[in-house]
Design a binder for this molecule. Structure first.
Ligand SMILES: Nc1ncnc2c1ncn2[C@@H]1O[C@H](COP(=O)(O)OP(=O)(O)O)[C@@H](O)[C@H]1O
Ligand SMILES: [Mg+2]
Length: 397
């Protein structure tokens, strides 16, 4: 037997695996690294996360990736080069982080690498009859495995597409395994660049569990800040939005897109919700000038209302739901204020209360998908969440 296969066979049988989950979302803020000890699989998964950090990207990294990110006219040579370069950068970050934690790479069983999405093209976006859903993450797993010496599971989204999904969101599986709770209705809301939630009914019927995007999370707010406030990357503490007033005509124009009316589950990215989308909405709104503050106040409200309207569509009337928030948007006080006000009948909790650092959640969910890839069976959830394990296996030698 090939020694790598033998090693993997051994890892698959371990009662507890040490898996590094990696997440780098559309916000391009940094690489989330969660070191997880995982026992069991499927609904018997249990997890401990002794170490977590976000290593913020350098301006150079952000500029390189932004040159191709969501860009239909990207330079193909650059795409090719960055596929390798992002993996090399991630490998350096992982090794430096492990050294900081005083942990030898030898003690890590697997890396679970999401990679960097550079384009997400579900059929609803490209609308080309003869082509299916598609999505592309780069930062190749072979390079990570060779550079770190750790078996790497990567590129999770392709299998989801191949099995009939849109390649996103993938949070539903891990959310169900970790947070599904009998007799408690839960919504696991993650506000990253794009916002999504997992619906976990208290009857814990797998075929009712699903995960969907709701529309923009921070992506439009971040893009506007980066364009107009060169020293800033996002609206820290909503300082700018708090000085503005929501402009109703603009908000109405922003909410007009058919994406918001289409059925769950659905996915979308900054390929749609970007500055051109905002420009078109400004034109439709009938005004050609708004202050930066008013635009930020309106974008903030736009994110909040589209999240709330999506959640209200799935919560049956007169049922109690607890919403667990995670992702960078939960640090935006104005956004959270809107959510609390508009969903006054829901209980809000932080997934910290479930012993998971909310900033680590997405990275943890990819560690769980890697665990499933090696030791799981592939469980179907409801609506567009096919029964499949995900991820490609890369060996260091
Ligand atoms: N203190 C804060 N105030 C306002 N927004 C914040 C704050 N901290 C983080 N964010 C937002 O969260 C984003 C990062 O969220 P994250 O969950 O990492 O998204 P992604 O998964 O797309 O990388 C930032 O770009 C920013 O918009
Ligand atoms: Mg991030």
């Amino acid at each position: 037997m090939n020694s790598n296969v033998e090693h993997l066979y051994h890892i698959a049988q371990k009662s507890s695996k040490t898996i590094i989950g990696l997440m780098s979302g559309t916000s391009l803020d940094g690489l989330d690294i969660a070191l997880c000890h995982i026992k069991g699989n499927g609904i018997n998964t249990s997890i401990q996360i002794p170490y977590f950090t976000t290593v913020h990207y350098t301006n150079k990294f952000k500029e390189e990736v932004k040159a191709i990110f969501s860009n239909r006219n990207a330079d193909l040579q650059k795409v090719c080069i960055l596929n390798e370069w992002i993996a090399e950068e991630h490998a350096k970050i992982i090794l430096a982080t492990l050294a900081n934690w005083d942990i030898s790479p030898k003690h890590i069983d697997l890396i679970a690498s999401h990679g960097q999405t550079i384009y997400h093209a579900p059929k609803r976006l490209h609308q080309l009859k003869e082509f299916n859903n598609a999505t592309l993450q780069i930062g190749d797993g072979d390079h990570l495995a060779v550079k770190t010496g750790i078996i790497t599971i990567s590129d999770f989204r392709q299998k989801h597409v191949a099995a009939g999904g849109e390649g996103a969101p993938l949070a539903g599986y891990g959310d169900y395994f970790l947070f599904g709770k009998k007799n408690e209705n839960r919504i696991m809301l993650n506000i990253g660049g794009i916002a999504n939630f997992t619906f976990l009914p208290g009857n814990i019927q797998t075929n009712e569990v699903f995960c969907t995007d709701t529309g923009p999370g921070n992506t439009l707010m971040d893009a506007y800040i980066q364009q107009n406030f060169p020293e800033q990357y996002f609206d820290n503490q909503a300082t700018i939005a708090l000085k503005g007033t929501v402009q109703q005509a603009l908000l109405t124009a922003l909410k007009k897109h058919p994406f918001f009316k289409s059925n769950f589950p659905k996915t979308i990215g900054p390929e749609l919700f970007n500055l051109s989308y905002l420009q078109q909405a400004i034109a439709v709104s009938g005004h050609d000038y708004y202050s930066h503050e008013d635009i930020m106040a309106t974008l903030n409200r736009f994110t909040a209302e589209t999240i709330v309207e999506a959640i209200l569509k799935v919560i049956p009337p007169k049922t109690t739901y607890t919403i667990f928030t995670s992702g960078g948007g939960m640090h935006n006080p104005l956004l959270m204020h809107h959510l609390h006000t508009l969903l006054a009948n829901c209980n809000f909790n932080n997934i910290k209360d479930l012993n998971i650092n909310p900033d680590a959640k997405e990275a943890v969910l990819f560690a769980i998908l890697a665990n499933e890839c090696i030791s799981g069976k592939g469980m179907a959830l409801g609506k567009g969440q096919p029964a499949t394990t995900m991820g490609k296996i890369s060996f260091p030698t």
